[in-house]
Every structure is written in structure tokens, then in C-alpha cells.
Design a protein around this ligand. Structure first.
Ligand SMILES: Cc1cc2nc3c(=O)[nH]c(=O)nc-3n(C[C@H](O)[C@H](O)[C@H](O)COP(=O)(O)OP(=O)(O)OC[C@H]3O[C@@H](n4cnc5c(N)ncnc54)[C@H](O)[C@@H]3O)c2cc1C
Length: 458
């Protein structure tokens, strides 16, 4: 069968791309090809599950913009598909004077990025998080947590529902292009599509080369190791707890992450020896030979040598690992239970820098490698379909409902909007909408039937 679109990759980026294409072009013939026996088996299934608010990013940058909008779009998607998420907020903890200064810079950034933050002194910090110590803190209420595996399931459901196909166990091995179509081969099978979108995560550079694209970038895999605390420690923190990041380092530092079902410590970022090997000592000769003969790799390593060696040491000698966390949370001891791992693919250029332009659409988006789950729901949106806060869609629905006299629909739309506004912290606006919901409910004679509450939003 000839398709309009073929999407390679069944992670969150591939599925969100497929979903969006089908929304923009209803009825399009679309196939998603995934090499594993199930969806979201790689990065999307091995991450911290944080819906980032985007506090760190340079104001005006694409990364800042995508993150701010992506966070809202992700929550909205979860709401509409009854996927539990929690807006539990994130606390950045300063443990010394230098970090306090860095924290003040972050306050300025947050203002410019239009992200609400609350500055805490040592006493406020203790009161809010009794197990955390520091000289000050910054609370970011909008940060949330979700299980991105469930978000993927939701997206796959939408894709299948409109008649598109998801094929599993298909490893794309060749791509060739003619004037009118792209031929995609996997083993003995072939697919033809007018357009091909590759969202192959850790393999995206290889697929780019397979398609005959010239690229001067290559994926260098960094392993992110976490430790899940025993379930008795699930209440150790109320929020996500992060150190104040060192602006000279590419990662955020070891943090305490409240996940939907547990608390994890990590991740670190250690150079890996296999792109998709999850057991600790995985080794793939092809992967290592490929990056070690790539000049950009050595430049990256030399630039970060001190930090890299420390991360490796802490990965081998586990006592050092928790030391970074004990700086602000003395509680976790060596009684950590299961270890979890994920892969940070760092696209590295010939010059050993992380590129600032997208290099293979949208398989790996260097604007957002660390938060790609968060931004996915946003960077695939049509800019003209809604404004920053998604309010165009609501006002359109509400205008239509008013015109058609559909009070029931109007009530639901106000209710959903109120819940989202509440999750964003716009309590006054949310209350005003809930009043409208109530008066409509009175008119409709079903006072009790207010907005549905598919998930919690504190
Ligand atoms: C340790 C860690 C923590 C993170 N924490 C967060 C977080 O808290 N919040 C956040 O927003 N983001 C986070 N991220 C980032 C986020 O998880 C990733 O950016 C995102 O999951 C990338 O999705 P993807 O679809 O591009 O890649 P993947 O999920 O890796 O999907 C790519 C898919 O392509 C398939 N594929 C590859 N080659 C082929 C082929 N030849 N043929 C067919 N299929 C192929 C793979 O099997 C895979 O399923 C984290 C990442 C890591 C590593």
C-alpha cells in the first residue's frame, strides 16, 4: 500500500508527529514503523517523567518557548485523555553563597520567561520540605510529573483510532528517494510514502545517513543512572528537588525526583559503550568504534574531562553518587533499591559542540534533548491554531456552543478550561469560569454535574 506519510520510531516524538499529521490532514494514509516489539522501549520509557516548566533556558530562545508551551500542551493532552499527572512543583535548593547568586539569576530568567517562581529563605525551605537543608530555595509551582509511557499509549490510541497503522518489530534498514516517493525497506518488506519523517531517537544520525543526508553530527550516548528509593521513602519529599545547576555543565545535577509511583535519585550522565544497552556493563563494538573515530567526540570529552571522570567514578563507587544528593538531603543512605537506566543521546558536531539547529527533523531535537517529552506536545502544533495558553481553541468551542445554544457543551468547555487554568495557577480566572459552570448547571437543572476531574492538579 502507498502511504501519504511514513513515520519511523515509536517513541513519544514519532507518535506525537503521527498524531499531529493526522489532525492537520484528517484521512491521510499514515504508517508508523517501530523496530521493537512494543512502543516507547527506549528513551521515552526510561526517563524522569518531569513536565518541565522551562526555568533554565535563555529568554527568547526556541528551547524556552517550546518548553513553556509544551508543558501546558502536555497537561492539556493528559487532561483530555484521562492520563494522571500531578502539578507537584519543583524546588531548587541553594546550599552556599555561590548557588544563592546563581539562584538570583534564575529568578530573573524566570521573570523573562513568564514562569511563576517563589523565593524561599532557609526557614521557609525547612517548613516546606522538612527533610531538605539549604540556605535558600526557589519554588517553581508549574512543574509536574507524569508517566510518559502512558502519554505514549494515549497518543498511539489516537493514531489507531483514526485508522492509521502502527507496525511493530520492523527495523528500517534502507531508505531511497525518487521524485515522487520515498521507499522504506526493512528486511524483505517495503513501504512507499510521499513523505518520510524519521523520529529514531538514539539512532537518528544513522537513519539520516541511510537516507543519503550529509550530516556532520553524530550521537554520543551518555547513560543516565538513577536509584529508586525504597517505598518507605516515598514521602521523603513533597516536590521535585533539584540542585542549583552549574551553568558550565551540560546536565542538571543529581536530583530527587518524585515520580508517579516512587522517588528516584539521579540521573547522572556517564559516557556509555552501547547506544541501547541497558545493563550496566553493556558494550557494543560498532557503537564504540563509530564514536571513537569521530573527531567531535574527542573535543567534547576534552572539554568536559574533569566532570566526566567524576561522573564515571561515582558510577563505579556508589558512595560518591549519593554524596551529591546528601548536600541538600541527608536522608538517603546506601539502602537504595533498584537501579534504573536511560540514555541521553548527545548530538555532537565535528567541533564537539551540541548543535543549535535541528539536524534531522524531528528525530532528535537539540533544542530540547533533556526535556523532549515535555516539548513534544508543543513543537508539533500549528502556531495559528491557538495562542500561548491554548485559549483560542476554548474561545472557538465556546463561541460555537453559544451560537448553537449547546449549553451542555459550553458548560463542559468552561469546566475543562477552569481545571487547566487551575493547574497553571490562574486561580482567579479558574474561579470565574467555575461560577459560569455553576450557573449553567443551575439552568440545565443538574447542579451537581460540574467539570469532570480526570486527574489531580495541586
Ligand atoms: C535519563 C533521562 C531522563 C529524562 N528525563 C526527562 C524528563 O523528565 N522530562 C522530559 O520531558 N524529557 C526527559 N528526557 C528526554 C526524553 O525522554 C527524550 O527526549 C524523549 O523520550 C525522546 O523521544 P524519541 O521518540 O525521540 O526517542 P525514543 O523514545 O528513543 O524513540 C525512538 C524510537 O525509534 C525506534 N527506532 C530507532 N531506529 C529504528 C529503525 N531503524 N527502525 C524502526 N524504528 C527505529 C526506537 O526503537 C525507538 O522506539 C529524559 C531522557 C533521559 C535519557
Amino acid at each position: 500500500m502507498a502511504y501519504d506519510y511514513c513515520v519511523v520510531g515509536g517513541g513519544i516524538v514519532g507518535l506525537a508527529t503521527a498524531m499531529k499529521l493526522l489532525e492537520i490532514q484528517p484521512g491521510a494514509r499514515l504508517v508508523v514503523l517501530e523496530k521493537e516489539a512494543g512502543l516507547r522501549r527506549h528513551q521515552t520509557g526510561h526517563n524522569s517523567g518531569v513536565i518541565h516548566a522551562g526555568i533554565y533556558y535563555a529568554p527568547g530562545s526556541l528551547k524556552a518557548d517550546l518548553c513553556r508551551r509544551g508543558s501546558k500542551a502536555t497537561k492539556e493532552f493528559c487532561w483530555n485523555h484521562r492520563i494522571p499527572f500531578e502539578t507537584c512543583g519543583k524546588l531548587l535548593v541553594a546550599t552556599n553563597e555561590l548557588e544563592l547568586q546563581r539562584m538570583n539569576n534564575l529568578v530573573e530568567r524566570a521573570k523573562l520567561n513568564q514562569i511563576e517562581v517563589e523565593r524561599l529563605d532557609a526557614a521557609d525551605l525547612r517548613q516546606r520540605e522538612p527533610n531538605i537543608i539549604g540556605v535558600g530555595g526557589l519554588f517553581v509551582p508549574e512543574t509536574g510529573i507524569v508517566d510518559f509511557k502512558r502519554v505514549c499509549e494515549g497518543m498511539a490510541g489516537v493514531v489507531r483510532k483514526v485508522g492509521a497503522t502502527i507496525e511493530l518489530g520492523v527495523t528500517v534498514t534502507a531508505i531511497s528517494e525518487s521524485d515522487s516517493a520515498v521507499k522504506i525497506s526493512a528486511g524483505g518488506r517495503e513501504w512507499q510514502a510521499t513523505k518520510l519523517i524519521v523520529c529514531a531517537g538514539l539512532q537518528s544520525d544513522r537513519l539520516a545517513r541511510m537516507a543519503g543526508l550529509k550530516t556532520d553530527h553524530q550521537i554520543v550516548p551518555f547513560r543516565g543512572e538513577y536509584y529508586r528509593l525504597p517505598s518507605s521513602k516515598n514521602d521523603i519529599v513533597r516536590h521535585l528537588i533539584y540542585p542549583i545547576p552549574d551553568p558550565d555543565l551540560p546536565f542538571l545535577g543529581v536530583h530527587l525526583t518524585r515520580m508517579m509511583d516512587s522517588v528516584t535519585v539521579g540521573p547522572n550522565a556517564v559516557l556509555g559503550f552501547a547506544r541501547e544497552g541497558y545493563p550496566k556493563f553493556s558494550f557494543n563494538l560498532h557503537d564504540v568504534a563509530e564514536y571513537s573515530t569521530f573527531p567531535g567526540f574527542w573535543k567534547t570529552i576534552l572539554r568536559n574531562i574533569q566532570h566526566g571522570l567524576k561522573e564515571m567514578k561515582n558510577s563505579i563507587f556508589k558512595a560518591g553518587y549519593l554524596e551529591a544528593c546528601r548536600k541538600y538531603c541527608p536522608k538517603p543512605r546506601n539502602r537504595r533499591s533498584s537501579a534504573l537506566r536511560g540514555w541521553h543521546p548527545r548530538p555532537s558536531s565535528d567541533e564537539g559542540r551540541h548543535p543549535c539547529a535541528r539536524f534531522f527533523v524531528p528525530g532528535n531535537c537539540p533544542h530540547a534533548p533533556r526535556l523532549q517529552c515535555t516539548v513534544t506536545c508543543r513543537y508539533l502544533r500549528h502556531p495559528d491554531r491557538r495562542n500561548d495558553r491554548g485559549e483560542n481553541r476554548w474561545s472557538l468551542t465556546q463561541a460555537l456552543c453559544l451560537e448553537l445554544g449547546n449549553k451542555d457543551g459550553l458548560q463542559r468547555s468552561y469546566g475543562n478550561q477552569a481545571l487547566i487554568l487551575k493547574a497553571w495557577g490562574r486561580l482567579k480566572d479558574a474561579m470565574a469560569l467555575l461560577k459560569k459552570v455553576e450557573s449553567l448547571a443551575l439552568e440545565l437543572g443538574d447542579k451537581g454535574q460540574l467539570a469532570e476531574k480526570p486527574c489531580s492538579a495541586r
